[in-house]
Write a protein that binds this ligand. Structure first.
Ligand SMILES: C[S@@+](CC[C@H](N)C(=O)[O-])C[C@H]1O[C@@H](n2cnc3c(N)ncnc32)[C@H](O)[C@@H]1O
Length: 250
C-alpha cells in the first residue's frame, strides 16, 4: 500500500477540536443504524481519527453497554478527550491500522470527517490509499461488524468531481497556501481531497464493502462566490453504514 502524505501540523489539527455532531439531523439515522444491528447497545466502537472524542462521547452516553477506542495521530487532540472508564485513547496513524495491534473484537469502525484527509502523492493514489484503509478496517471487525463513514459530499455543476479536484489542487499548492489560508482553509499547503457521493460509493465497492444503509443530510450553506468559483452545485453530509463482503469476515 502507498504511504500517506498528510502533513497537517498540530496548529492545523487544533482547528478540529470542535463538535461536528451538535447539528441534530445527523443523529436519528445514526441511531437507526446502531440500533438495528446492535439492539442491546453493547458494541465496541473504534473511532479512527476520533480527535477530541466528541463522537465517541455522544454514543457512550446514549448506549451505557458500549465502549470505545479513539484513535488519532494528534497527541494534542487526544489529550482533549473527556476521561471515561469505557473509553480508551490510542495514538496512531489511520493508514497503518494493520500495524497497530488493535484488538480484533471491534464491532464498528467509524471514520467521521477523516477519510478526506488521507492523501498520497496525487488524487488517484489517494483514493487507492483510502480504499486500502477501508480494507484494513474491515479486517478488524468481528463477524457482523460494521464500518461507518461520515463525509462531506461535494457535487459539481459541470462535473460531479470538479469541486473536489479544484479544492485539492488549491489546498495542495504551497505557493498558494498564504492566499488559500486567508480564504479560510485549514488545510492550506497540505491539501484535502473531498469526493462526490458516487465516487465514495465506487470506492466502497472496490474496498469490498456493501452499503447496508445510508442517509444524506440537508445541503450546507456555501458562500455564493465560492460556489461559482469552485463549481459547487451542493455540499451535503453523507452517512454510510457498511458491511464487509462475506469473504472478508473472519
Ligand atoms: C476533521 S477532524 C474530525 C475529528 C473527529 N472525527 C470528529 O468528528 O470530531 C479530522 C481528524 O482526523 C485526524 N487524522 C487525520 N489524518 C489522520 C491519520 N492519518 N491518522 C489518524 N488520524 C488522522 C485528525 O487528527 C483529526 O482529529
Amino acid at each position: 500500500m502507498n504511504s500517506g502524505e498528510s502533513t497537517l501540523n498540530e496548529k492545523q489539527l487544533a482547528h478540529y477540536d470542535r463538535d461536528y455532531y451538535a447539528f441534530r439531523s445527523i443523529w436519528p439515522p445514526l441511531f437507526r443504524f446502531f440500533e438495528r444491528d446492535f439492539p442491546n447497545g453493547d458494541f465496541h466502537l473504534l473511532d479512527v481519527g476520533g480527535g477530541a472524542g466528541r463522537f465517541a462521547d455522544y454514543l457512550l452516553a446514549r448506549y451505557p453497554a458500549s465502549c470505545a477506542t479513539v484513535l488519532d495521530m494528534s497527541p494534542r487532540l487526544l489529550e482533549r478527550n473527556r476521561p471515561d472508564v469505557r473509553k480508551w485513547l490510542m495514538l496512531g496513524d489511520a493508514i497503518r491500522l494493520d500495524e497497530l495491534h488493535l484488538s480484533r473484537d471491534i464491532d464498528v469502525v467509524s471514520f467521521n470527517f477523516v477519510l478526506h484527509h488521507l492523501l498520497a502523492r496525487d488524487e488517484v493514489s489517494s483514493r487507492r490509499l483510502r480504499c486500502g484503509v477501508l480494507r484494513q478496517a474491515a479486517r478488524l471487525l468481528r463477524k457482523g461488524g460494521r464500518i461507518l463513514i461520515i463525509e462531506p459530499l461535494y457535487h459539481g455543476m459541470l462535473h460531479e468531481d470538479l469541486p473536489s479536484i479544484m479544492i485539492y489542487r488549491l489546498t495542495r499548492s504551497r505557493c498558494l497556501a498564504p492566499l488559500v489560508k486567508r480564504l479560510g482553509s485549514t488545510t492550506a499547503g497540505c491539501g484535502v481531497l473531498f469526493q462526490s457521493r458516487k465516487s465514495w460509493r465506487r470506492m466502497f465497492t472496490r474496498a469490498g464493502l456493501e452499503v447496508n444503509d445510508s442517509y444524506i443530510c440537508g445541503a450546507w450553506e456555501i458562500n455564493p462566490l465560492y460556489k461559482i468559483g469552485l463549481n459547487i452545485a451542493s455540499v451535503r453530509t453523507g452517512l454510510f453504514w457498511c458491511a464487509p463482503g462475506r469473504s472478508d469476515w473472519r
